[in-house]
Write a protein that binds this ligand. Structure first.
Ligand SMILES: [Fe+2]
Length: 351
């Protein structure tokens, strides 16, 4: 579906000048489906701000992980109605091969607890329309919230029907994804011996290009795309976004002798993650809090980046008081938050 944007409306809404060059950077032949192959998403809703995400494929060669393709200006719009007759925010954001042509922008100046519609445009190509919702104001007397909670979606093991069911509900304030959004394995490695559909690239993900391609593959799943388009998400990672049984200094499924040093692999996995996921970049820190009026506060944890190496449960090592899963800094942040929060429900996002 192609919905023409009114350029004057866009400029009026943004106050940002869009130069003619930005509108002609693409071959006119690129269709919306070709340009917006990976859907769109929103995330980390605040009372007046929500993060918007997409990825553009401006030329056929600009494939995920390729490092190839032009830098382009992508336009975005937020409206109060699905037909975009009441545009409330918009602008232009640059992207290019340095960030794998992913686009992230915070839409600000919105109203709390409000449903909005958003879309992107690159020249003549217009994305589908996504639905998102801001969080209630911090002191609002919220009576009711409904979250969808998901984790552990292995492309090779199934077709993500749970995402489809959640996308069809239409009544979610938020989707909370608790990690293992993707798996690093090569075809046939997990589940062992069979795969309902094989991973791309057809090998265990190790490099930045590998992780970018794997993220891109997951975002071609129609059910995953539908759920991203239906509601804002807040997401944390578990181990498989880098490698199985990841800890601060390595991973069970990482062999430095044959796969290089862990720090480089983890940096590649994290970079691809922050490019491809609708999470707000707060340095390299993934743990964060979201508040939903007086009713709930959600602390999303990162239990992989700072944790000790796994040991056998019944070994004496497990009792070492110096061992940690959260790391000292995150643990005090969590405890301080739980103690001081005035929210009725103090939710912790982990698994
Ligand atoms: Fe998992």
């Amino acid at each position: 579906m192609s919905i023409p944007l009114d350029r004057r409306t866009l400029l009026r809404a943004t106050g940002v000048a869009v130069g003619a060059a930005g509108l002609t950077a693409l071959p006119a032949t690129a269709t919306s489906g070709e340009v917006f192959q990976h859907g769109l998403a929103s995330g980390d809703p605040l009372p007046t701000t929500v993060l918007l995400w997409t990825r553009v494929t401006p030329t056929p060669a600009s494939l995920p992980g390729s490092g190839v393709g032009p830098s382009v200006d992508v336009q975005w719009q937020v409206a109060a109605d699905r037909a975009f007759t009441r545009v409330v925010a918009g602008g232009t954001v640059a992207t290019g091969p340095d960030r794998d042509h992913t686009v992230k922008v915070d839409a600000t100046g919105l109203s709390p607890a409000t449903t909005y519609y958003f879309r992107f445009r690159l020249n003549e190509a217009v994305s589908d329309v996504g639905t998102t919702k801001t969080a209630p104001a911090a002191e609002a007397n919220v009576q009711h919230l409904r979250f969808g909670v998901v984790s552990c979606a292995n492309w090779q093991a199934g077709h993500f029907a749970a995402y489809r069911h959640l996308a069809e509900r239409g009544d979610l304030d938020l989707v909370v994804h608790l990690g293992d959004y993707l798996y690093e394995y090569g075809p046939g490695e997990f589940p062992v011996g069979y795969a309902v559909r094989p991973h791309v690239p057809p090998r265990e993900a190790l490099t930045l290009s590998d992780y970018r391609q794997r993220h891109a593959q997951y975002k071609t799943d129609p059910n995953l795309r539908a759920l991203h388009a239906a509601a804002p998400w807040t997401i944390t990672w578990d181990d498989h976004e880098s490698a199985n049984d990841a800890w601060s200094g390595g991973a069970g499924n990482h062999d430095p002798a044959t796969e290089g040093d862990w720090a480089s692999r983890r940096a590649a996995a994290r970079r691809a993650y922050f490019e491809w996921m609708p999470v707000r970049n707060t340095g390299d820190r993934l743990y964060r809090k979201l508040r939903f009026g007086k009713l709930a506060e959600l602390s999303m944890l990162d239990l992989r980046s700072h944790r000790s190496k796994q040991v056998k449960i019944l070994s004496g090592e497990a009792d070492d008081p110096n061992r940690s899963i959260a790391g000292a800094e995150q643990l005090s942040w969590l405890i301080d938050g739980l103690v001081s929060s005035t929210a009725r429900w103090k939710l912790v996002g982990t698994r």
